[in-house]
Design a protein around this ligand. Structure first.
Ligand code: SF4
Ligand code: SF4
Length: 449
């Protein structure tokens, strides 16, 4: 694996520039405010410290990001990725990983311990949803802010690349609009909460009989539309869109998990495991998880139709096992908590059943591929280094072969970091999809006739 690209910083200003110091100071105050809100146990109003902390953290983060990204030219944006503690599994990375993992553990299993922070969200929750805040609203707010603030980071980092600007704006839009504001508005109008940008099998319970009957009973016509929307997106729109564009239409443009990975997780993309054994684990884990959720959904429906006579507690056991191990531990605790150690797409690569489903479609029924103009490749390895899915892009490029892999999320970073313009994301006709580009072989060189 190539660990290069830690070039000197010719045009970087001193680290103590005024803007960065101001940004870091505000971040410090913001974190302090959140700590006081979380553990102040009512001595100071958590709304004041909590919302003040979030505001300071957001503004400070934006100032720091602006300073940091604009002092580097477009070509030097990855400088330091392998040398700075925060992005090379150093002490800062471990601290961030432990804090994130700890937060997820509290969120899922000890929500009472987050009461201070949850109370801080009360005015915002009342204003947006007309109901009290809970830990999931707190989580949704933090998640959306992370995508938006780090989305600005990605916009500045890839500012010379139109594909990445539009893609980043897209994930910011879907997270803010479809995964935060719209569900809140539905609750405000006393309708069932629904996330229009998540579908089965990722949002696995949307096709469970319990959720279907809840939506029909509580949402009436709108509830029926929600079920219809989910089913159409899962079984019709997903194959059609994947046929034309590959899995990138969802994983890199719409999905909230992918949105977080492409924004907050972007500084960690080079940490993905590139070894062959990692690919073997990938295949051995992700497809059984897809099978698990298909079987669970079928069992729940059989149980529902037989009114519990056929399967008893079995289908419920499948459902709660999946929810605990995959829905909570894998997607949250490991999937996000381990960003700074294992890279930003651990969940998407090893655990997400939607990625598995999309991947099968992409590999076997899609027009999407990355073509490689192998004759231009200088084997620098940038592409493989920054592939968040651990694909050996360079290996394909050296042989002039198109990259048609189930796991590729079409983020396009390999093409962005390639200094020779070797790689191109394409949706051409399926005919000739596997054809390699002609390479100039040594024996073909004939300088003297
Ligand atoms: S091969 Fe390229 S487009 Fe695909 S996931 Fe890796 S970096 Fe992204
Ligand atoms: S395809 Fe581009 S980035 Fe990858 S090894 Fe070749 S020259 Fe380097």
């Amino acid at each position: 694996m190539n660990k290069t690209i830690a070039l000197p910083y010719p045009e970087q200003a001193a680290d103590s520039s005024l803007g960065k110091t101001a940004g870091l100071t505000l971040i410090g105050f913001g974190l302090l405010g959140l700590l006081v809100a979380a553990f102040g146990s009512g001595v100071i109003d958590p709304v004041l410290t909590g919302l003040g902390g979030i505001t300071a953290l957001t503004i400070g983060g934006l100032i720091y990001i602006w300073q940091r990204r604009t002092e580097l030219s477009e070509a030097h944006q990855n400088n330091g990725a392998w040398t700075e503690s925060a992005t090379s599994r150093g002490a800062i990375a471990w601290v961030v990983g432990i804090v994130l993992t700890g937060f997820y553990i509290l969120l899922y299993w000890f929500p009472d311990s987050l009461q201070g922070l949850t109370r801080a969200m009360e005015p915002l929750s009342q204003w947006l949803r007309n109901r009290p805040a809970d830990q999931w609203f707190l989580y949704g707010t933090f998640y959306t802010l992370a995508v938006l603030v780090m989305g600005v980071h990605a916009l500045l980092k890839y500012r010379n690349n139109r594909y990445h600007i539009i893609r980043t704006l897209s994930v910011m839009f879907f997270q803010l609009g479809f995964a935060f504001l719209l569900p809140a508005l539905l609750l405000y109008l006393n309708q069932p909460e629904f996330y229009f940008s998540y579908f089965w099998p990722l949002k696995y319970d949307y096709l469970f009989p319990g959720t279907v009957s809840y939506l029909v009973q509580n949402g009436q016509a709108l509830g029926v539309f929600m079920i219809f929307w989910g089913a159409v997106l899962s079984f019709l729109a997903t194959p059609v869109l994947t046929y034309f564009y590959g899995k990138r239409w969802y994983c890199s443009w719409v999905c909230g998990c992918g949105g977080l990975a492409e924004t907050a997780g972007d500084p960690y993309r080079h940490l993905s495991d590139k070894r062959r054994v990692a690919w073997r684990w990938e295949v051995a884990i992700i497809y059984p998880i897809l099978g698990f959720i298909i079987i669970t959904t079928l069992l729940l429906w059989i149980n529902s139709w037989s009114e519990g006579r056929l399967l008893g507690e079995l289908s419920g056991g499948f459902s709660s096992t999946y929810g605990f191990f995959i829905g909570a531990i894998f997607s949250g605790v490991i999937g996000v908590g381990f960003y700074p150690i294992m890279g930003n797409r651990v969940w998407c690569r090893f655990g997400c059943p939607m990625a598995a489903y999309l991947g099968l479609l992409q590999k076997h029924f899609s027009r999407f591929r990355i073509t490689t103009n192998g004759g231009q490749c200088i084997s620098c390895g940038n592409c493989s280094t920054y592939c968040e899915m651990g694909i050996d892009v360079r290996g394909y490029a050296q042989q002039g072969q198109p990259i048609i892999r189930a796991s590729c999320v079409g983020c396009g970073i390999c093409a962005h970091v390639c200094p020779r313009g070797v790689l191109k994301l394409e949706n051409g006709p399926r005919e000739g999809r596997y054809a390699a580009s002609p390479l100039i072989k040594r024996e073909d060189l004939n300088l003297l006739s």
